[in-house]
Design a protein around this ligand. Structure first.
Ligand SMILES: C[S@@+](CC[C@H](N)C(=O)[O-])C[C@H]1O[C@@H](n2cnc3c(N)ncnc32)[C@H](O)[C@@H]1O
Length: 304
């Protein structure tokens, strides 16, 4: 495999500077671990959500994670599939914690470096991308998906059949519709900070767009989770409130950074402590109906 490319200044992630101090780094890592644990607990320990798992018991042997962050998913995958080799890529530095021996980290930009890192015929049984595409401009997200789909093994992937691409992203359309005035203000700031805060609902279309070139079976599964704690379904409510905390922790980090450093773009200052307190109060009220949505989409490469 060729050496990883040198990164330039243009290789930037919008929440990058949330990790400029050790405290911020630890908070970012804790928040990503907490939401990872909540989702896998909801899916009974499975890394592939059961509604998308077309081959229960399947053991992928070559795994790629794009935008691995602090490694929550890659580390879990390494334990769940001890025979597998996992490559974890991120534009930021390697996770600060020790990685299992079957995980290799590569620092690279997924929007530019994949074709040179993985020239044909390198291919993967399982490719995972989570909470990353929202930060990439729309055309880039679509082309990352197409490049990733091309990297799926056509057949023979850990027990037969082709590889699986698994995408997991949020979408704020429903959250805006179900939120009150503070939530609406909050999510409008979020929209400015993310390249595409509503990428989740576009994933299945992006995947279907790859079928002109590759035989893929595309599936979509959406979780609508209460942001508040009054939901009827306890397991979904626990997940939704954890996801809500995940979002609020990000917003608090951005707000603190804006307040203490006074160096950020005007839109970041939109996450003021007052707005966050107002939104928290709205979500805590008995009338709150706000829901978050996370889209899970998979594409299984089919034999030709
Ligand atoms: C919200 S974090 C999600 C981390 C991880 N996927 C998880 O679910 O725990 C987004 C990650 O995407 C990475 N990222 C953003 N743009 C990237 C790019 N162009 N290439 C590689 N990684 C990128 C960021 O550095 C960050 O670690």
């Amino acid at each position: 495999m060729p050496a990883p490319p040198a990164l330039t200044e243009s290789h930037r992630y919008v929440f990058d500077s949330l990790k400029t101090s050790e405290v911020e780094e630890d908070s970012e890592s804790a928040r990503l671990d907490a939401v990872h644990t909540a989702f896998t607990a909801y899916f009974s320990g499975n890394l592939i959500p059961p509604p998308l798992d077309d081959r229960p018991g399947w053991k992928p042997v070559k795994i790629l994670e794009l935008g691995c962050g602090h490694g929550s998913w890659a580390i879990h995958a390494a334990k769940q599939y001890p025979e597998a080799e996992i490559i974890a890529i991120d534009i930021a530095d390697a996770p600060k914690r020790p990685l299992p021996p079957n995980v290799r980290f590569i620092r690279a930009d997924m929007t530019k470096d994949l074709p040179s890192l993985f020239p044909s015929p390198i291919s993967f049984d399982l490719i995972h991308i989570r909470f990353v595409l929202t930060h990439l401009p729309q055309h880039t997200a679509q082309s990352v998906i197409r490049t990733a789909a091309r990297l799926l093994t056509p057949s023979g992937g850990g027990g037969g059949g082709g590889g699986l691409l698994l995408l997991e992203e949020g979408d704020t359309t429903n959250t805006l519709l179900t939120s009150g005035p503070a939530g609406n203000k909050f999510w409008r700031v979020f929209h400015v900070l993310c390249a595409d805060a509503d990428v989740g609902s576009k994933l299945s279309g992006y995947l279907r767009g790859c079928r002109a070139e590759l035989p893929l079976e595309v599936k979509e599964y959406v979780l609508f989770m209460p942001a508040h704690s009054n939901g009827d379904d306890q397991a979904l409510t626990n997940l939704g409130t954890e996801f809500h905390q995940f979002v609020m922790r990000t917003a608090r980090l951005v707000a603190q950074r804006s307040a203490t450093r006074h160096t950020n773009a005007d839109e970041e200052a939109g996450f003021t402590e007052e707005l966050l307190d107002e939104y928290e109060a709205e979500v805590a009220s008995a009338e709150c109906k706000a829901e978050h949505a996370v889209y899970f989409c998979s594409a299984r490469r089919l034999p030709v």
